[in-house]
Design a protein. Structure first.
Length: 142
């Protein structure tokens, strides 16, 4: 098992054991487990990611395809957008979601809100400047 897969497995186990709360780099941050199907393999995959809740609609959340500031998007981004949906575990609740990618001023506003709450997101944007724009996905309860 790779280090990344091992880290994900540990984070997922901790999330489920603690009703959606984890420590380490995610301590105190809102986390969901994204369930998506590999677009090439067809395998069910789970990725822990931070999210931003919508200001007024509890059925909407935003996730950010930062990949820790890497020059490429994470695989889960391609899997979710290709499928048009997946599901999330949020706390002890699990539900299907549809996916909509934000663009332009809407994307920039939501990303800026997240970067204002968690400074790592501002750093990811600096790292990817001129290389890629970090995608922001709106996940709506289906």
């Amino acid at each position: 098992m790779s280090a990344a897969n091992d880290w994900n497995a540990q984070t997922i186990a901790e999330f489920r054991a603690n009703e959606g709360k984890v420590g380490g780099v995610f301590e105190g941050a809102p986390i969901v487990l994204l369930h998506h199907r590999g677009r090439k393999t067809g395998r069910e995959l789970v990725s822990p990611v931070m999210y931003l809740p919508h200001e007024t609609r509890p059925d909407l959340i935003y996730v950010f395809a930062t990949r820790g500031g890497a020059p490429t998007n994470p695989d889960w981004y391609y899997n979710l957008t290709a499928a048009g949906g997946g599901s999330v575990e949020r706390g002890t609740d699990e539900y299907p979601v549809t996916v909509r990618e934000l663009s332009g001023a809407e994307r920039d506003r939501v990303y800026a809100e997240q970067a204002g709450r968690f400074e790592g997101f501002a750093e990811y944007e600096r790292q990817t400047a001129g290389v890629r724009t970090i995608p922001v996905l709106e996940l709506a309860r289906a």
